[in-house]
Design a protein around this ligand. Structure first.
Ligand code: VGL
Ligand code: ZN
Length: 207
């Protein structure tokens, strides 16, 4: 069983949103084209309470500043993906009928959660890992937003959990808070044994 993991394809991460990732909309048709090739499609949503500790405004600070939070370095972000808001909804062009389940992350005000599997302290699981294992998934391909945060940490955790893990690069876009962040994320994933592909390679190999 090979699952496609669609990470955080939400309005706030696309142009016009509060934490826009350049080119975010460009990945939507790519993800839609990929979906039918997989046995299972599962999504995640960044799903923060309004008082979330990753929001700069909740500390009277500016986005981009870094603070220590319960022993972990935390980048402060503009408020984004607040539960129940338009910004937290899937981008409207995303095909959602094949998505069997969506897992919410970042729901605890006290800790951030870049990975779709665990919070940043690896203290609490979202349920995604158990769900995939119960269904007999052995391989995952990761797509979505953002390459250098939630895609990267989801892929690294997937690999660590024993899934054969691929990231389909042109079905992802990154924040690049610092120039080169996306390139460094790709190298980090490769070094961890994650396969990096382009969608054409996946579509070509399977159709
Ligand atoms: C993300 C920053 C803050 C992401 C989520 O989905 O990559 N990035 N929250
Ligand atoms: Zn977030």
């Amino acid at each position: 069983m090979h699952a496609l993991l669609v990470i955080d394809v939400q309005n706030d991460f696309c142009p016009g949103g509060s934490l826009p990732v350049a080119g975010g909309f460009d990945i939507i048709p790519v993800i839609n084209r990929l979906q039918p090739l997989f046995d299972l499609v599962v999504a995640t949503k960044d799903w923060h309470p309004k008082d979330h500790s990753s929001f700069a405004v909740n500390h009277g600070k500016q986005p981009g500043e870094v603070i220590m939070l319960d022993g972990l370095q935390q980048i402060l972000w503009p408020a984004h993906c607040v539960q129940g808001t338009k910004g937290a909804e899937f981008v409207s062009g995303l095909e959602t009928t094949r998505i069997t389940r969506s897992f919410n992350k970042g729901v605890d005000s006290a800790i951030d959660s870049y990975s779709g599997f665990f919070d940043n302290g690896h203290k609490r699981a979202t349920g995604l890992g158990d769900y995939l294992k119960q269904l007999g998934v052995t391989e995952v391909s990761v797509v979505g937003l953002a390459t250098d945060y939630c895609v990267k940490w989801t892929a690294l955790d997937a690999k660590q959990l024993g899934f054969d893990t691929t990231v389909i690069l042109d079905a992802c876009r990154g924040v690049n808070l610092k120039p080169g962040d996306v390139d460094r994320a790709i190298e980090e994933m490769r070094a961890a044994g994650i396969t990096i592909l382009q969608s054409a390679e996946v579509l070509g190999a399977r159709t």
